[in-house]
Design a protein around this ligand. Structure first.
Ligand SMILES: [Zn+2]
Length: 68
């Protein structure tokens, strides 16, 4: 839900919180993603957590068609 805190884990095993903003679909691969805002105000898409309170990952890390 919008405003929820989501834990994101990086490929270096560093974890940080982001705030959920809105649900969308990745424009490259069509997977559902959650757009979130970091504490620095930066927007990033993450994979929807399968279990609440468990860390997820940036969708940039898992997208089969990374769009960077
Ligand atoms: Zn994608």
């Amino acid at each position: 839900m919008k405003g929820d805190q989501i834990i994101v884990k990086t490929d270096r095993d560093f974890e940080f919180y982001v705030t959920e903003d809105n649900q969308a679909e990745c424009r490259s691969c069509g997977s559902p993603v959650l757009w979130c805002t970091t504490r620095k105000g930066k927007k990033m898409p993450v994979d929807p957590p399968t279990i609440p309170e468990v860390a997820t990952t940036s969708h940039f890390a898992t997208c089969p068609q990374a769009e960077e």
